[in-house]
Each structure stands twice: as structure tokens, then as C-alpha cells.
Design a protein around this ligand. Structure first.
Ligand SMILES: Cc1cc2nc3c(=O)[nH]c(=O)nc-3n(C[C@H](O)[C@H](O)[C@H](O)COP(=O)(O)O)c2cc1C
Length: 329
């Protein structure tokens, strides 16, 4: 379903996979795409790293043709460097450029990046205008409800971003000071939606398909963005997408099917990052995959000390075999 609004985008934003640093990399996105073809946003990528041709940064910018639809998220605070990096991301196939103005992490904001830009609206405007003038693809901005509870300027900020040329916006309803504590303020998200004419994506604390539908309806947003709820259950993205567009919700994969997903994810990690990096980076995903299942605590401890791929595969198979027996499969 396309966005019906003032600004017409030629991709759907009804449900979107959130950018998550060191999580939503190519292997993870490929796994989520097995269940849903929703819009995705890359992990945040340093604009100055792109500008300086840093090899690690450029590696993150490499988009496979099957990794679509996707937008690239950039962070930085220098308008010229941001615009140059956006141009590079567009040339490499980004469907849109998302500008990170929401990251709360100290080492990011202390350099004037991420949510620090919510405190300097004139610089934020300059960055958005500069990026818009250099690329043909739509430019979006992802931000928070404000810097802290005394400075919840999301509505004013959203209007400024719209006025600077942003095609759509994503708001996570927490302040920078909250990091991930408390709750996402969906009342404020609603106010942002009502305050601008461009499409708005609401984000924060959506865990189930029904919550996604409820949040979207109550706030009037054009789309919902899902982050942490997907960790360990990539099929949830397809379930949420179906609910949001009014289709039948697909079943949760069986334990046997989940085992196959886990093994495929491991294989993609090894292809993409190579051994041993791929194996080490996979461990956190494995811990999320088994979360809530019987004996998960012992399994986590065990796999975190396994460095041999074949041994890890055997342990995963054994774990899921037992989990299947316990669930009577
Ligand atoms: C581990 C982690 C990494 C994140 N990295 C990014 C990032 O690179 N860029 C960004 O805009 N937001 C990032 N976020 C924030 C999410 O995109 C999202 O706004 C937040 O998790 C709230 O949504 P949720 O409640 O659905 O998880 C990150 C969140 C987490 C938990």
C-alpha cells in the first residue's frame, strides 16, 4: 500500500524495520526478508567515514541487489560531508537517505551528532537542505521526542525538518535523556503527525501485530517502525506487516523451522563476515533466538565458549531437538 498524503513516495512505509547498530546488518536483513518485504533502514553509518573512504564504513554501504527496499541511515554534523556521503549512498542503491537525529549515545552526541542536533535546529535544517540538494531520492529524518523532559520540541523540530525538504519523518517517542527507559510517548507522536503534512512513521515499544495496528490507528501515523521486538523472532516483521495492511497474519514458524532459520542466519554471518568474526557476531543473535525456551540459560553459557563452527551447529541442533520434544513436535 502506497502512502496517500501530500508527499507521495513510491515505496510503502506502512511497517518498517528499525535501524539498529551492529544488528540490522545484511545477514539479519536477509533473514527478515524471508518473512516480509517491508522497508528497512541500514544501521547508522558515519558520513565522515564514507567521506574519508574508510574501508569498514564503505563495506557497510555495499548493498546487494536483493537487499531492497532499503534506505541508508547516515549520522554526522557537517552539512557538506553529510551531503557527499548521501550522494555515495544514493549511487550504491539507497532508496532513500535517512538522517540520524535521534541517537542518544554519549560518544555520538558529544561530537554534535544524533540527538544533539535536536538542540541545534538551525544546523539540523542546514544538513537536511544540503542533503536534499545533492540527492534525487527522498530524504527522511529520524529523531526523538526531544533532548529531555524540559525540552520536548519534537513538533517544532518536525516542522523545521519538513520545511527544509524532508520527504518523511520517523519519531521515536522518548527523549534523549530517557535513552530506552520509560515509554515511547505516542500522544506526542500523534501531535507530530498532526503538525506536518509529510508522512510520519511512529516508533517505540511495539511488540505484537495487534499493538502495531492499535498504535497506527490511534496516532494516525502513516507507518510503524519496529526494533527490539524483532530480535530473536524475525518472522514477527511479516506478522506485523500483514496486520497493518489488513491481511491474514502468518503463523509463527515451528521449532523445526526456527532451527533452520537459526542455521541459515549463522551461515549468512559466516559468508558475510567470514570466520571467526561471523561466528562471534552471531552469538548475540543466538541468545535472542533461544530466549524463553527451556534450558536457554545453560545453552547460552555453553555456546558463548564455542568457537568451532561444526560444534556450534551440533549444539544448536541438539538444543532445538530437545525444544521440539518438549513442545511435543
Ligand atoms: C541495539 C540498538 C541499536 C540501535 N541503533 C540505532 C541506529 O543505528 N540508528 C537509529 O536511528 N536508531 C537506532 N536504535 C533505535 C531504534 O531504531 C528504535 O528507535 C528504538 O529501539 C525504539 O524502537 P523499539 O521500541 O521498537 O525497539 C537502536 C536501538 C537499539 C536497541
Amino acid at each position: 500500500m502506497k502512502v496517500q498524503g501530500v508527499m507521495s513516495l513510491d515505496f510503502s512505509i506502512s511497517s518498517v524495520l528499525a535501524p539498529m547498530a551492529e544488528i540490522t546488518d545484511y545477514p539479519f536483513r536477509a533473514i527478515v526478508r524471508k518473512f516480509s518485504n517491508t522497508l528497512m533502514v541500514s544501521e547508522m553509518i558515519s558520513a565522515s567515514g564514507v567521506f574519508q573512504r574508510n574501508q569498514k564504513t564503505l563495506f557497510m554501504l555495499d548493498l546487494s541487489p536483493i537487499d531492497q527496499p532499503i534506505g541508508i541511515q547516515l549520522f554526522g554534523h557537517d552539512a557538506f560531508i553529510m551531503a557527499s556521503a548521501a550522494e555515495e549512498a544514493e549511487a550504491r542503491g539507497a532508496l532513500f537517505i535517512d538522517i540520524n537525529m535521534g541517537c542518544p549515545v554519549r560518544k555520538i552526541v558529544s561530537d554534535g551528532n544524533g540527538s544533539a542536533l535536536m538542540q541545534d535546529i538551525s544546523l539540523a535544517r542546514k544538513i537536511v537542505s544540503a542533503v536534499c540538494s545533492r540527492v534525487k531520492v527522498p530524504v527522511s529524518v529520524k529523531f526523538r521526542s526531544g533532548w529531555n523532559s524540559e525540552n520536548r520540541n519534537a513538533v517544532e523540530f518536525a516542522k523545521a525538518m519538513e520545511g527544509s525538504g524532508a520527504s518523511f519523518l520517523t519519531i521515536h517517542g522518548r527523549t534523549r535523556a530517557q535513552f530506552y527507559s520509560g515509554f515511547s510517548d505516542w500522544e506526542l507522536i500523534k501531535e507530530v503527525k498532526e503538525g506536518v503534512r509529510i508522512p510520519v512513521i511512529g516508533n517505540g515499544d511495539i511488540h505484537t501485530p495487534m499493538e502495531a495496528v492499535k498504535r497506527k490507528q490511534e496516532s494516525g501515523v502513516d507507518g510503524v517502525m519496529i526494533g527490539r521486538a524483532i530480535l530473536g523472532c524475525p518472522w514477527l516483521m511479516g506478522q506485523i506487516e500483514a496486520a497493518v495492511i489488513g491481511k491474514e497474519i502468518p503463523k509463527t514458524p515451528s521449532i523445526k523451522e526456527q532451527e533452520q532459520i537459526v542455521l541459515e542466519h549463522l551461515s549468512l554471518m559466516l559468508d558475510y563476515y567470514k570466520y571467526p568474526k561471523g561466528l562471534y557476531l552471531f552469538r548475540k543473535h543466538l541468545c535472542w533466538y533461544v530466549s524463553g525456551k527451556r534450558d536457554a540459560g545453560r545453552f547460552r553459557q555453553e555456546v558463548n565458549s564455542i568457537s568451532d563452527v561444526n560444534l556450534l551447529i551440533s549444539s544448536i541442533k541438539e538444543f532445538y531437538n530437545k525444544a521440539g520434544i518438549n513442545e511435543g513436535i
